[in-house]
Design a protein around this ligand. Sequence first.
Ligand code: PEP
Ligand code: MG
Length: 317
Amino acid sequence: ERERLSRLRHTPAVTLDGQRVDLLANIEMPEDSPAALGVGAVGVGLFRSEFLFMGREGALPDEQEQFQAYRRAVEGMKGLPVTIRTVDVGADKPLDRAMKEEAHLNPALGLRAIRWSLADPAMFLTQLRAILRAAAYGQVHLLIPMLAHAREIQQTLALLEQARKQLDKRGVAFGPVKVGAMIEVPAAALSVKMFLRYFDFLSIGTNDLIQYTLAIDRADESVAHLYDPLHPAVLRLVADVIAECRAQGKGVSVCGEMAGDPSLTRLLLGLGLRSFSMHPTQILAVKQEIIRADALRLEAWSQSVLASDEPAELMGF
Ligand code: PEP
Ligand code: MG
């Protein structure tokens, strides 16, 4: 099976009815880029930059160290686009032992991701400058995790502008970036129109979107049986975000685990998704589903799945 799949490496990800699909890789370190290229990913849809920050028990990476890591990732992808997400520490990804021990009342609802970044603007500016500098070496898209409020969006974009000004003043080279937001909180999914007024593209983080929609801690084994990507409420949020982005001609992808699950590929295709980002090991299995699918015929079927109380049953699980 693995050998049969590996023959799909160079096969374009196009459906039977000619719909082109982008299959992108999720990476955690610059050194993961050969694995992404090896399975024919057309770019990195999610570089989880927090892995540069975690487990150091000392100083955070400075601008130069971050710049070099981002540049290595960009150059490693040989001209393909790389989507760098700003740090997403907290909750299931504690920065260090101290953060783990301090764990607040409920870290998943606490100071994590963009909230953590905005709480320390100097640290955040350092990361933004490093990412802008790496954009001088290839196609970089900047992705912001866990946003919910207009104010957070405005603060983030203002800091990005400030980072550009600081680099200008220092006379340091930097490149243009497309700026996108992750949709991981139900409030964000329900505010998709507002998000699209600010951002060039959106990426749906289903891991967190499921957690927050269903009130299921994604790290808590005792409720894992209730963690359901196919709950009608989750599907409704995902479907509406995709539909609104498509209506406005804006890019949208899914970068949570759902994107890498071949048993969900047909459903996401039917909901209009044309960009999937996943662990590199999943890319060929998802591609196999895509080249066997008729996207137009899946549309009507997906609407019936969406309307069902028991989508999983309708899908034959
Ligand atoms: C997600 O929440 O779906 C996501 C891709 O981000 P992470 O898994 O890193 O929280
Ligand atoms: Mg997330």
